[in-house]
Design a protein around this ligand. Structure first.
Ligand SMILES: O=C(O)/C=C(\CC(=O)C(=O)O)C(=O)O
Length: 290
């Protein structure tokens, strides 16, 4: 496999100024490979995008903290994510991917390393299998205060409902479950996602990834139109993140400055921006400070 560079080499400065304390609540690190080899099962092989690069981007864009989500290319070895969290001086926390048979002691060690949730990935192009029964077992014995992040595509939302309904901790849905944003704010995918959100008040979501979800391209007008009403209606359980280093993106790599400029389009008031960027992620990831 050829190693790919999936991120912009010189992202612009956003026009929008982030509020002090803003959190990039969905980003990743890759390697560096010499220290943290990629999984033998990885479906893509990225160039190194380690903590130095992540923190440089954080500062360039104006974020204060990161939530680092274990990417599929590192499998269930969370060392690279933990290393980045350790190097962030308290300014990062993370979401791990675990072997469901993980011991309670190892879960506690992940907690000590700054992990506050685990991620279940249902994208067939990224993982070979996603055993729901085993996922449920581990979801039932997470450390106190943790949540489950789930990544799926809109066409399997209904099929996943019994599984997700049985998870006894808060759920955080990556990229809103990948709706077709060109259907608009009242399209079938958004309606189904809203019905799911309405089924429980502890389902959160990330209003992320215009670059993945909007085929109309930068400035991603379809995304802005479809997502702004969702953010307004569920403003206490929505998160935002860059998705840097944009795993797997090879064409149309997004400019991270432009991604930040999406924020005031989906969260037009200072109050909404504070919830999206500070209050909500603080409640999930730094509850002791929130
Ligand atoms: O980074 C994301 O959120 C989305 C990804 C990558 C991913 O999830 C992973 O590698 O684990 C994708 O759609 O390829």
């Amino acid at each position: 496999m050829t190693r790919i560079t999936s991120w912009h080499s010189a992202p612009s400065k956003p026009l929008y100024t982030l509020p002090a304390g803003a959190i990039d609540a969905h980003c990743h690190v890759f390697g560096p490979m010499a220290d943290f080899p990629f999984s033998a099962k990885a479906k893509y092989l990225p160039q190194d995008a380690g903590p130095d690069k992540l923190f440089a981007l954080r500062d360039h864009l104006g974020f204060a903290r990161n939530v680092i989500v274990q990417a599929s290319c590192h499998g269930t070895d969370n060392s690279a994510t933990l290393d980045a969290i350790a190097k962030a001086n308290g300014k990062a926390r993370g979401v791990a991917v675990v072997n469901p048979a993980i011991s309670d002691a190892d879960l506690a060690a992940l907690h000590d390393g700054g992990i506050r949730g685990i991620r279940f990935n249902f994208l067939k192009r990224l993982v070979d299998d996603a055993p729901r029964d085993k996922f449920l077992d581990v979801a039932r014995r997470l450390p106190a205060g943790w949540h489950v992040v789930i990544y799926f595509e809109a066409d399997i939302l209904e099929e996943l409902r019994p599984f997700m309904d049985a998870i006894p901790v808060p759920l955080v849905i990556d990229h809103m479950g990948r709706p077709d944003v060109t259907q608009g704010p009242d399209g079938a995918d958004m309606k189904a996602f809203r019905a799911f959100l309405d089924s429980r008040d502890d389902i959160w979501f990330k209003a992320t990834c215009p670059d993945r979800l909007d085929p109309t391209g930068d400035p991603w007008n379809a995304f802005a139109d479809a997502v702004a009403p969702l953010v307004a209606d569920y403003q206490d359980r929505v998160l935002w993140g860059t998705d840097w280093p944009h795993p797997n993106m090879q064409d149309d790599i997004p400019d991270d400055g432009h991604l930040v400029d999406m924020i005031p389009r989906i969260a037009p008031t200072a109050e909404l921006q504070r919830k999206l960027l500070i209050d909500n992620p603080m409640r999930l990831y730094w509850p002791e400070e929130a």
